[in-house]
Design a protein around this ligand. Structure first.
Ligand code: BDR
Ligand code: CA
Length: 326
């Protein structure tokens, strides 16, 4: 492990690309994984928990608290992403059954919100929360236990976009799935870093490399190859496409190698109504507009937003890190 690895609480909805992120988090020496909280998103919560436990096994992860949190968003109904991740959340990739258990105290199961609270409050240093899913667990945590805020170094989240959406024309899935939760986190006063679609969509492993990974002598690399090769459905009657995206794993690359990004500290708020519900409105204007002049501008906290990425650098970082797993 690196001299001063960053303590990371990972919030996931595993998820093909959350699985890639879990492999990376276990493998990278600059990350000290102190807990994994699960939330409904790409799949229903019980499936997300199972997927997460099995991927941690595949990564050879030492014992770490894993707990299930919110079964559904604060207000929205649950709407999974099975057209992207398959009905099982892992694109049909079958992993061995696991004997790894979710977090327990004195034999009793403890949910994600309480697990996160405990991990944060007993930590001897600040913890970074890396949120790779709808932010329901984080919002509940911050509302129920505001005292944890001072233990959180920052929330680095995969979500949102300063340009195009994916769940809708303007909204990214994680924020769209639970817009109120994302708004609570952005308004919490905890420093936030947005790794959104502007960079997420750019970091892709070439197809040939993904094929090579699938015949690697190392099991974790083979799994990474299968996950990356998973083809995404693009609509009725159309062939699924290879994207090669490392997806959520890119947010962890941002944590350990921020120099590959161009970022800006910008006002960001979540649109909560109408057809643009779930959009992250990123104010990139250089000069004040009429809204400021006429006192119409709402309040929006400042968020560090990743705008551009050296994609090749993150692909190399990802592949080099996964190669260290057995
Ligand atoms: C995000 O949504 C999920 O499908 C992925 O796991 C990622 O976290 C991308 O919009
Ligand atoms: Ca995810």
């Amino acid at each position: 492990m690196a001299a001063n690895p960053t303590k990371v609480l990972l919030d996931v909805d595993t998820g093909v690309d959350d699985a890639l992120a879990l492999l990376f988090a276990v493998a990278h020496p600059a990350i000290d994984l102190v807990g994994v909280s699960c939330v409904a998103g790409n799949a229903a919560l019980p499936q997300v928990i199972q997927n997460t436990l099995r991927v941690l096994d595949a990564a050879g992860c030492p014992a770490v608290p894993v707990a299930g949190g919110a079964h559904r968003p604060l207000l929205n109904p649950s709407r999974d992403a099975s057209h992207v991740h398959g009905a099982d959340g892992l694109g049909g990739i079958v992993l061995p059954e696991t004997s790894r258990e979710t977090y327990r105290i004195d034999g009793a199961a403890v949910g994600a919100i309480e697990m996160m609270r405990r991990v944060l409050m007993v930590s001897d240093g600040p913890v970074t929360i890396v949120a790779l899913a709808p932010q329901t667990n984080l919002a509940l945590l911050l509302r129920a236990h505001p005292e944890v805020a001072e233990k959180i170094e920052r929330v680095l989240f995969m979500g949102g976009s300063a340009s195009v959406g994916n769940a809708t024309a303007v909204a990214e899935f994680n924020v769209w799935h639970d817009p109120e939760a994302a708004a609570i986190v952005l308004d919490s006063g905890v420093p936030t870093f947005m790794y959104g679609l502007d960079v997420f969509n750019r970091v892709a492993v070439p197809l040939q490399k993904a094929v090579e990974l699938q015949s690697s002598g190392r099991a974790a690399e083979r799994l990474a190859g299968e996950l990356i090769s998973h083809r995404m459905g693009v609509g009725a009657g159309r062939e699924p496409v290879y994207t090669g995206l490392i997806g959520d794993a890119g947010a962890l690359c941002a944590l350990v190698d921020p120099g590959a990004l161009r970022t800006a500290l910008l006002p960001v708020y979540v649109e909560l109504a109408g057809s643009t519900r779930g959009q992250t409105v990123v104010d990139r204007r250089v000069f004040p507009g009429e809204d400021s002049m006429h006192g119409l501008r709402g309040t929006a906290g400042l968020t560090e937003v990743a705008l551009e990425v050296d994609a090749d650098r993150y692909v190399d970082l990802f592949l080099g890190t996964i190669a260290t797993l057995a």
